[in-house]
Design a protein around this ligand. Structure first.
Ligand SMILES: Cc1ncc(COP(=O)(O)O)c(C=O)c1O
Length: 367
């Protein structure tokens, strides 16, 4: 028995562990592989790396890192406000969007409070809820997609937060714009809707939440620089929301939560719109490359709106292991209720080709 666990808050003992994609170095050590030859398609990172402008910005600020960062993230917030067409005061910058889920839960969740989410949604919502002592109310997905009617019915007087990822990770699915907007509008006034748009830049024409926020509907939209902007290692994300909520999150936020390199790189990445467009195009081509291959291999997949796809395979864990031994890391998703699927991040053309090649080989061994 861990002597520290008995002293901790009771909710800690039920806390699931977040299982990240396996790091390249770990796989290299485990299978005696050359790390440079390993392809990681397990954490929905950007295969193109980060914008050269962001890398230059990181170099430029290297000599300032003995100083604390600007606590208010002034320049980044100003630029985000202009880009998004919202007020400066409506934005909160965080250490990745994950931090915003924890902050929302630390503000609104305690024992007796319920948080509505899907069973099969991004797992951090559940962890953050449990950590705050609350009760996750998990609504099954319907056709791998959030069932907004069932989620609405799951709301009680004790509900404070509803989490809705658009699109969801790991399924890559999304609800229709009108459906999401009318769901948000119907929510009772004691409930705050957290819309997670970590992959929004890969899509076109997502729902516009700004009019709802400005009309007083309680919505927070979270986004990240970890995905298309390629800055996962720096930990920077943001949310836009009603100004009065941003003020509260700012009070709960740890001081200096976003480092100098993170702020500077995010600013530069935001400016580099050509690079973002290129990454979106490459992702689209990669999606076609992978899904065409899945079809010719007679593998079913879940159509995805993100930079990843879930594919149904025979003997998923054996295939995962086979791929890993050959130096391609993908993600098993049985902890999300999909024991027969693997989630693969869309890589570069060469990375995808290697995955397809190994998948064809592995399938012959697996079936
Ligand atoms: C749906 C979803 N939301 C949020 C995140 C977290 O992103 P961040 O790196 O900004 O904390 C991820 C990362 O995988 C994700 O898939």
């Amino acid at each position: 028995m861990n002597p520290f666990l008995s002293l901790a808050r009771p909710s800690i003992s039920h806390l699931p562990v977040y299982l990240p994609g396996k790091p390249i170095e770990e796989v290299a050590r485990e299978y005696s592989l050359n790390p440079d030859a390993i392809i990681k398609l397990a954490s929905n990172e950007n295969p193109m790396g980060s914008s050269p402008k962001a890398i230059e910005a990181i170099k430029q600020c290297a000599s300032h890192t003995h100083m604390y960062p600007e606590n208010s993230c002034y320049l980044l917030k100003q630029r985000l406000a202009e880009t998004l067409g919202v007020a400066f005061e409506q934005i909160v910058v965080s250490a990745g969007s994950n931090e915003l889920y924890y902050l929302m839960c630390s503000l609104y969740v305690q024992p007796g409070i319920e948080v509505v989410m899907a069973k099969g949604a991004f797992i951090t919502y559940r962890i953050a809820t449990l950590l705050a002592g609350g009760t996750p109310v998990e609504v099954p997905l319907c056709n791998d997609t959030h069932d907004l009617e069932a989620m609405f019915s799951a709301i009680t007087d004790r509900t404070r937060l509803v989490f809705l990822p658009c699109p969801n990770n790991p399924t890559g699915t999304i609800n229709g714009n009108d459906e999401i907007l009318s769901f948000a509008q119907r929510l009772p006034s004691h409930v705050i809707l957290v819309i997670d748009e970590a992959y929004v830049e890969y899509r076109e024409n997502g729902p516009d939440f700004r009019p709802l926020i400005n009309s007083g509907v309680k919505v927070v939209v979270t986004r990240t620089f970890s995905k298309i902007y390629g800055l996962a290692g720096l930990r920077v994300g943001y949310g836009f929301m009603p100004q009065q909520l941003a003020e509260l999150i700012d009070r709960a936020r740890p001081p200096f939560n976003v480092s100098i390199p993170a702020q500077q790189a995010a600013l530069a990445a935001l400016e580099d719109t050509d690079w973002v467009r290129m990454c979106r195009d490459i992702n689209r081509e990669g999606y076609r490359q992978l899904t065409d291959a899945f079809e010719s291999l007679k593998l079913n997949y879940i159509p995805s709106e993100g930079n990843f796809v879930m594919v149904r395979v025979p003997k998923a864990m054996q295939l995962y292991d086979f791929l890993q031994r050959q130096g391609v890391i993908v993600r098993p998703v049985s902890n999300y209720g999909y024991p027969d699927h693997l989630r693969v991040t869309i890589g570069s053309k060469t990375q995808n080709a290697r995955l397809i090649e190994l998948l064809s080989e592995g399938l012959i061994c697996a079936v």
